[in-house]
Write a protein that binds this ligand. Structure first.
Ligand SMILES: Cc1cc2nc3c(=O)[nH]c(=O)nc-3n(C[C@H](O)[C@H](O)[C@H](O)COP(=O)(O)O)c2cc1C
Ligand code: SF4
Length: 404
């Protein structure tokens, strides 16, 4: 397989095997949670600069699944229909495909944000969002399933080329699949089949209403949670996903509770953490700087997950041996040679997030031969910026004083 060739990945025809992985851009319209002109311009730029497929940043399917990040996309308000239709048309006109990532935040939000008590498969605290969730009733499960199904139908109506279910990074469906997040005793917990039931029912429901519309998933094949995801377990999950008729699996890792495992870097971006994460960001300025100075002293001692590059490759290779479903590799892919290595191992496409935040024209540079390596230094500042602002690249430098 070649990087630059016409191909079909997860039932979608692409001009190459380069995908922009879902990235919360923080550019939704605050009124209807649909895309703004700024977001459309950003995606058109990616499309014109040779990205084969854009996976839209996560869009929330239910009002009680809202994100804590400001200006997150939503799929539950029909008022946003025209904006989404314009987005997909303009991306298509610019030559790329576009897939809608659909999510429910579950425990990874706060009850304050959603205005009611947040929900999860099991009532459990979250390290970073400590208010306790309420265990979902069967009525909640049926309602959320329905919201996912209706969102897939909407994605088709809006002109997306496919939908991607977010089963990764600690969000609601990840919690259902993982024994760590799901201690239910009913038919939605207790065994692998039961933990996967919600995903199966969403896919069955979507097939009944949206036919053959491509359905992809993003899976955290590994995480650092006790009784969480590991490669052996994920192989079994992938076999079930294949049986349910999922068209492509994007292989990722981690949960927000793992720290920076999903997007790895050598050190925690302490400057950005103290600038953008509450309650630290709101500390009086002098106190903020004193605690930051201490945190920086200890930062080198905090162990970080390794390796820093291609870190989901072993999991993707293991899944490749078990299923025929198209696999997409994400996580720490920085160079042309790594991309080709993944394709040589039978992975159908590579997807990247930070390299495109840093250089939105990276795919064009690869095609033109003007670059073979991303300029992203993987400082992870962009992962903190989104707590307050639209995503942008800081290249490791937080400028003080910040506007608050
Ligand atoms: C600013 C930012 C926003 C992200 N938003 C999403 C998102 O909306 N959905 C998702 O599945 N992953 C999201 N991710 C994770 C990326 O898609 C990707 O899995 C991760 O960054 C590893 O890929 P990379 O090494 O190419 O950055 C985000 C990552 C960053 C840095
Ligand atoms: S802030 Fe820029 S350089 Fe740092 S990880 Fe994000 S995209 Fe890369």
């Amino acid at each position: 397989m070649e990087l630059f060739e016409d191909c079909t990945v997860g039932k979608i025809n692409l001009k190459n095997r380069i995908i922009r992985s879902a990235t919360h851009d923080g550019l939704a319209d605050s009124a209807n949670e649909g895309p703004t002109d700024e977001l459309i311009r950003k995606y058109v730029y990616l499309a014109k600069n040779n990205v084969g497929c854009i996976i839209q940043g996560y869009a929330i399917v239910s009002e009680d699944g809202r994100s804590n990040y400001p200006r997150c996309l939503g799929f539950f308000n029909p008022d946003a229909a025209d904006c989404y239709k314009r987005l997909t048309k303009e991306v298509h006109d610019a030559g790329a495909k576009i897939v809608a990532q659909l999510a429910h935040c579950g425990r990874q939000t706060s009850s304050k944000t959603i205005g009611i008590k947040k929900i999860a498969p099991t009532a459990k605290r979250h390290l970073l969002y400590p208010d306790k969730a309420r265990e979902m009733t069967k009525e909640d499960i049926a309602r959320v399933e329905n919201d996912f199904i209706n969102s897939i139908v909407r994605a088709k109506e809006y002109g997306f080329d496919g939908a991607q279910l977010h089963l990764a990074h600690g969000y609601l469906l990840h919690d259902f699949i993982s024994e760590n997040g799901n201690k239910r005793k009913d038919e939605y917990g207790g065994s692998l089949q039961n933990r996967m039931r919600i995903v199966k029912e969403i896919i069955e429901g979507a097939r009944a209403k949206a036919g053959n519309f491509p359905i992809w998933v993003k899976l955290s094949a590994t995480d650092k949670r006790k009784k969480g995801m590991n490669i052996d377990y994920s192989v079994k999950v992938a076999k079930l996903l294949e049986e349910y008729g999922v068209d492509a699996i994007e292989v990722s890792c981690g949960s927000v509770q793992d720290g920076m495992n999903t997007m790895r870097s050598k050190r925690f971006p302490m400057d950005a953490i103290f600038a953008y994460r509450e309650p630290l960001a709101s500390l009086p300025r002098v106190l903020n700087r004193i605690v930051l100075a201490m945190a920086k002293l200890f930062n080198p001692l905090i162990p970080q997950p390794k390796p820093l590059e291609m870190y989901n490759f072993p999991a993707a290779v293991a899944l490749k041996q078990a299923v025929n479903t198209d696999l997409i590799l994400v996580g720490g892919i920085t160079s042309l040679s790594q991309m080709q290595e993944a394709l040589n191992a039978g992975i159908s496409a590579v997807s990247m997030c930070r390299p495109f935040i840093c250089e939105p024209n990276f795919a064009k540079k690869l095609k033109d031969g003007t670059s073979s390596k991303s300029s992203c230094i993987m400082c992870n500042c962009c992962g903190l910026v989104i707590e307050k602002e639209p995503v942008h690249c800081l290249m490791g430098k937080v400028k003080y004083p910040l506007k608050k």
